[in-house]
Design a protein around this ligand. Structure first.
Ligand code: S3P
Length: 170
């Protein structure tokens, strides 16, 4: 795989799950922008929001995007839900959107085995009404940026990763 695959989509849509399954099946490395920021800042995303604020976190995301553009090749990159706002997203690789309705995502998070932990680590998902508003604000922007759109509601995980591999010629 020469070009990076940039996996975007709303919080809780399953970017991490899909990325890990893809990495295993196609023998590529997967890195996650939230993990990169957490290790560089030596703080969990939730704590960065609490202690330094959202604007600081967004600046970390831009710094991460700049590093990826310069240094990362042939890698699957799963992105935090707001990472699409960086000014060089399209330069980072093929942009793949995991797409699902807000209701489906909300249900996925609520019914997950570790639902509490999944919600607790996402400061912007703490209030359902606010999260839905954010979803509405973002859905068109996500679609506009995407080179490939994956309908995760109607495909199994295996089907999703096969579809991404085909579209990205992996
Ligand atoms: C965010 C999504 C989170 C994380 C941060 C902000 C967002 O990542 O980057 O809490 O703005 O949508 P996930 O999409 O992995 O939950």
């Amino acid at each position: 795989m020469k070009k990076n695959i940039i996996l975007i989509g709303f919080m809780g849509v399953g970017k991490g799950t899909t990325a890990r399954a893809f990495a295993k099946k196609y023998n590529v490395y997967n890195i996650d922008t939230d993990d990169l920021i957490e290790s560089k800042e030596n703080k969990e995303v939730k704590k960065i929001f609490e202690k330094k604020g959202e604007a600081y976190f967004r600046a970390c995301e831009q710094q991460t995007a700049d590093w990826i553009e310069k240094c990362v090749k042939g890698t699957l990159i799963s992105c935090g839900g707001g990472f699409y706002k960086v000014n060089n997203l399209k330069k980072l690789g093929t942009v793949v959107l995991l797409d699902a309705s807000f209701e489906w995502i909300h249900n996925r998070l609520k019914t997950a085995k570790n639902a509490e932990a999944k919600l607790a680590k996402r400061p912007l998902f703490s209030k359902e009404k606010e999260a839905k508003k954010l979803y509405k604000e973002r859905e068109n922007a996500y679609r506009k940026l995407a080179d490939v759109v994956v309908d995760v509601e109607n495909f199994t995980l295996d089907e999703q990763i096969a579809f991404i591999a085909k579209k990205c010629k992996v």
